[in-house]
Write a protein that binds this ligand. Structure first.
Ligand SMILES: C[S@@+](CC[C@H](N)C(=O)[O-])C[C@H]1O[C@@H](n2cnc3c(N)ncnc32)[C@H](O)[C@@H]1O
Length: 350
């Protein structure tokens, strides 16, 4: 990729280049999803996933008083598959559908093009700056969005805290580190991040998104549904990884041709959003969310009149979403909402 080979970059700047460089960034030049790509996401495993999200959206819309105007914003929409099925499903519920403005916030022009093809029969608009959508109650959908946002890493040693850098000098790409003043950083972001930690993984850009969105929810009502792989333990650990052709690969190899991702610390996200006086959040895992929303019953209905082989395939796909060894436990579902909204649909099961 086109980067100066005499550079040493903080990890987040390196990831930004590897994933989003205008010419050679991973998300900017090809479709990463599905069999031909490097990984598969839930909406591309089975459309039932997005149908369930659509039903959940209707119940959430009702919980905020069935507003007459309502923004539904998908953050990072990939190939557009999820929003396509959501709009198709919501059409069966015109009292909700007719109130919705469907909006996509997407960074990759290549993927915007794919989304426009996939969603050509739907009324969707694209918005590069989420702060521009600042009126009416708004629901943000973020399926595997935050794991694609660059992170910084910090490691605690005897001598203090060190930030991870990537040294790109010559052809010998390697990790290096620089000593930093963590209290200065905490002052800058006005958030204590290092307490009881030996490793910190955090994304300044993700925090900025959370801050901007929480402010808008506080002002206009609404919520954010985050579905992503991650963990709840307050103690952070190292989760940075690269994926190439459905397998783990080396973060420093195939730069621009592998996805670089990490596991969200949902405890940190909750702590961060708790700073907003009028908001709270609830979390469950994907298995509990989808089963409590009736995905298995829906699969039974859908598969009544289809050949046995297709039925087997459908249940195989659903098992992939629900199995605790696959996506069921690794993926968490978090809802950020106003405290006064006691909505719990999809989050009740323990
Ligand atoms: C892992 S993919 C998930 C795609 C889709 N949500 C799905 O589940 O199939 C991450 C998506 O987020 C987009 N993305 C990453 N950073 C972004 C940003 N800062 N603003 C908007 N979109 C972004 C990527 O281009 C890609 O479409």
């Amino acid at each position: 990729m086109k980067i100066s080979r005499s550079t040493s970059l903080p990890l987040d700047k390196f990831i930004e280049l590897a994933l989003y460089d205008k010419d050679s960034g991973y998300y900017m030049k090809k479709n990463p999803f599905g069999k031909e790509g490097d990984f598969i996401t839930a909406p591309n495993i089975t459309r039932l996933f997005s149908e369930i999200i659509a039903i959940w959206i209707i119940t959430f819309w009702k919980s905020i008083g069935s507003p007459k105007k309502f923004n539904l914003i998908e953050l990072g929409a990939g190939n557009g598959e999820m929003l396509k099925v959501i709009t198709e499903t919501l059409k069966n519920f015109p009292e909700c559908f007719n109130t919705c403005y469907f909006i996509i916030h997407e960074k990759s022009n290549f993927l915007i093009n794919q989304q426009q093809k996939n969603l050509k029969s739907e009324k969707i608009s694209w918005e590069k700056d989420i702060k521009n959508i600042n009126s009416y109650p708004t629901l943000y959908l973020a399926n595997e969005f935050f794991d694609a946002i660059p992170i910084k890493q910090f490691f605690k040693k005897k001598e203090g805290w060190f930030e991870r850098y990537v040294n790109l000098e010559n052809s010998n790409v390697k990790f290096t580190e620089k000593k930093i003043d963590i209290t200065k950083l905490e002052k800058n972001i006005n958030f204590e991040i290092s307490k009881n930690q030996n490793i910190i993984e955090y994304s300044p850009e993700a925090f900025q998104y959370l801050k901007d969105i929480c402010k808008i929810i506080e002002k206009n009502d609404g919520g954010m549904l985050i579905i992503d792989y991650g963990y709840l333990n307050s103690k952070m650990h190292e989760t940075l990884q690269a994926i190439n052709n459905h397998k783990h690969s080396n973060v420093l190899e195939n730069i621009g041709d592998s996805d670089i991702t990490y596991n969200i610390n949902f405890n940190l996200f909750q702590k961060f959003t708790n700073q907003f006086d009028n908001l709270n959040s609830i979390v469950t895992n994907q298995k509990k969310f989808l089963t409590s929303m009736g995905i298995l019953q829906r699969a039974e209905i859908v598969s009544k009149n289809i050949p046995f082989s297709k039925k087997t395939d459908l249940f195989y796909r659903i098992r992939r979403l629900l199995d605790e060894k696959q996506m069921g436990e690794l993926f968490k579902v978090m809802l950020i909402k106003k405290i006064k909204n006691r909505f719990k649909t999809g989050f009740q099961v323990d």
